[in-house]
Design a protein around this ligand. Structure first.
Ligand SMILES: [Zn+2]
Length: 293
């Protein structure tokens, strides 16, 4: 499943291919993805010029000179592929698609200048919809989302305020999209390991009695911002590395310290722990029982 850094990498790949170009045609090859495509989806986008490709949590937001924004989500297996007008790939194109099977090409955007952007999704858990640009924040998919894990808004102070009094384990509290939006299982595991905090610790222990942040809260905020920023940087280098490949956007290789590493030695210098796997709220948790307290 693409996590936030992958979605951000897709955004950065689509941006140079789409922004400033008019959408000449949209070919919807089936009526639905995870949900039905909205009424007259193609018609409502056709002729519009793309003003920006933005991201909120794991949603891609295609803003145009029209009154609506296209909200796009990659689901479990969605990816975009960019076909250039000529022989060369368009700027920002890169490889590592899950599949090139054209049977799973569901939505095709033809762009001014001859370029083409193809959405491929074998499992069809992704979706596309349209929302009024001036009321975007009220859209059911976006309303209630917390802060982005990428900026300075994520601080020890914010975590202390959000978690004060909460007995829920840190792992569950961090996956609450109303606190931090777009933070998924993998990066929660990685950030907790980096901050040396147990995923089972009560979330409320990050707040002092007076409501202020503990040292741990500040450490965790920094760890979250760092793991996400490093993964986005890794995605960015994959964009550059694969610029000459087949034009597919979406997935890149990234090495994790604890995620999916059960039974391996903890990579923290001086720690002799072995990474363990457990299940919390139906999701796998990977953690070091020695240095995460
Ligand atoms: Zn350890």
């Amino acid at each position: 499943m693409p996590e936030l850094p992958e979605v951000e990498t897709v955004r950065r790949g689509l941006e140079p291919a789409m922004v400033g170009r008019r959408i000449l045609a949209v070919d919807c090859r089936r009526p639905d993805l995870r949900f039905p495509l909205p009424e007259r989806f193609a018609e409502r986008l056709t002729g519009r010029r793309v003003d920006s490709v933005d991201r909120r949590a794991k949603y891609l937001l295609l803003r145009t000179d029209g009154p609506e924004v296209a909200i796009m989500h990659l689901g479990m297996s969605g990816s975009f592929r960019i076909h250039a007008a000529g022989a060369a790939t368009m700027p920002g194109a890169f490889a590592l698609a899950r599949t090139k099977d054209a049977a799973h090409d569901h939505v095709v955007f033809d762009l001014e200048g001859g370029g083409r952007v193809v959405y491929n999704d074998p499992r069809r858990f992704g979706f596309m919809t349209l929302a009024a640009a001036d009321r975007l924040d009220e859209h059911p998919h976006l309303a209630g989302l917390g802060i982005e894990p990428t900026g300075n808004a994520l601080s020890g102070d914010l975590l202390a305020r959000a978690f004060a009094g909460r007995a829920a384990p840190l792992k569950a509290a961090l996956l609450d999209q109303g606190v931090i939006a777009g933070l998924g299982n993998i990066y929660v595991c990685e950030a907790l390991w980096r901050a040396g905090l147990s995923p089972r610790r009560a979330a409320g222990t990050l707040a002092r009695a007076d409501g202020g942040p503990t040292v741990r809260a500040g450490r965790l905020a920094t760890a979250i911002r760092d793991v996400i920023a490093e993964a986005i940087t890794a995605g960015g280098s994959s964009l550059r590395d694969y610029v000459h490949a087949d034009g597919s956007l979406g997935y890149f290789q990234h090495r994790f310290a604890v995620y999916d590493r059960a039974g391996e030695p903890c990579p923290k210098p001086g720690c002799r722990g072995i990474i363990g796997r457990s299940v919390q709220s139906g999701r796998s948790t990977y953690a070091c029982p020695v240095c995460q307290r």
